[in-house]
Write a protein that binds this ligand. Structure first.
Ligand SMILES: [Mg+2]
Length: 152
């Protein structure tokens, strides 16, 4: 019998890394969405414009400060597709793993984007996000009028 084993197990359970099990799963789901988008971009080239907002990663304090100074903000949805479809001007997806829901800050970003014409949703799996993306890109383009310059 290895007497070191139980101690090691306790150490693992109490290690901060144990609390980080959920986020990697969320990242894995997001990676599946990106893989799907890269493949489907042959059919819908607009999917090349899907991009991630890397604001949820753990990082050192100096790097965090540097990124904040450059405009990286907490709560911004994970995936953005700045393509106008179905009456909206863009699609924003916040990826979550149940039982986690969006934080207050993430929900505020979704609400604000929605009020500014974005279709902003929370998706709890890669399959859900892919379904949203598929429906969104295959919807009718939003008719956007030419920008008008008001002169006095
Ligand atoms: Mg997320």
């Amino acid at each position: 019998m290895n007497i070191a084993e139980p101690r090691q197990r306790v150490w693992r359970l109490t290690s901060p890394k144990a609390h980080e099990l959920a986020p990697p799963l969320e990242r894995a789901e997001q990676a599946v969405v990106i893989d799907w988008a890269e493949l489907e971009a042959r059919k819908w080239p607009e999917l090349h414009m899907l991009f991630a907002v890397p604001n949820g990663e753990k990082r050192s304090q100096p790097t965090a400060a540097l990124l904040k100074r450059q405009g990286v903000k907490p709560g911004v949805p994970d995936l953005l597709l700045p393509i106008a479809r179905a009456g909206f001007i863009g699609l924003a997806i916040e990826m979550k793993r149940k039982p986690n829901g969006p934080t207050d800050l993430q929900q505020a970003w979704l609400d604000n984007l929605f009020s500014h014409g974005w279709f902003a949703v929370v998706c709890y799996s890669a399959a859900e996000a892919i379904e949203v993306l598929r429906k969104y890109v295959s919807a009718q383009p939003t008719i956007i009028g030419p920008a008008r310059v008001v002169r006095e």
